[in-house]
Ligand binder design. Structure first.
Ligand code: CMP
Length: 134
């Protein structure tokens, strides 16, 4: 099915000048960038997006990192877009991500893992609303 997913190039991807290469991979995979903006994550967006991690040991660092500089917020669409993006990204921990995946090629550490992609169609709807809703 044609799906929409939310993806975000995190502050380390922007700082390290990897925007172009990552977007090229997304488009080469046959996916379409429907919406895109480069701007900071607001504190409200950070809290809403990471509510499930509140109270975990890495939560405060996660919020500080994701608000540490501009990100690229995107709505990506296409056939099976949710799974396709997760495959392109590789596993959460860049140390476990194979070469050829975005995290494997551009990531170094778990806490700064380059890119976010929704884990389901339901998460995508929720996240698109957080980042692009009014
Ligand atoms: P992501 O899955 O996009 O969103 C939550 C982030 O928390 C995750 O990427 C990692 O960057 C970060 N994180 C740091 N430590 C952990 C951990 N132990 N488990 C899961 N996520 C972690």
């Amino acid at each position: 099915a044609i799906e929409k997913t939310y993806s975000m190039l995190k502050p380390d991807a922007v700082r390290n000048h990897h925007i172009g290469e990552i977007i090229a991979r997304i488009e080469r995979a046959g996916l379409t960038i429907e919406r895109m903006v480069l701007e900071p994550v607001t504190p409200e967006q950070a809290a809403a997006n990471y509510a499930e991690h509140e109270g975990k040991p890495f939560y405060d660092g996660l919020i500080a990192y994701i608000t540490s500089g501009p990100v690229v917020k995107m709505v990506v669409s296409g056939e099976g877009a949710v799974k396709k993006m997760r495959t392109l990204m590789g596993p959460t921990n860049p140390a476990e991500a194979a070469p050829g995946t975005i995290r494997g090629d551009f990531g170094l550490i778990m806490d700064e893992n380059v890119i976010h992609g929704s884990d389901s169609v339901a998460s995508a709807e929720r996240e698109i609303n957080i980042f692009f809703g009014e």
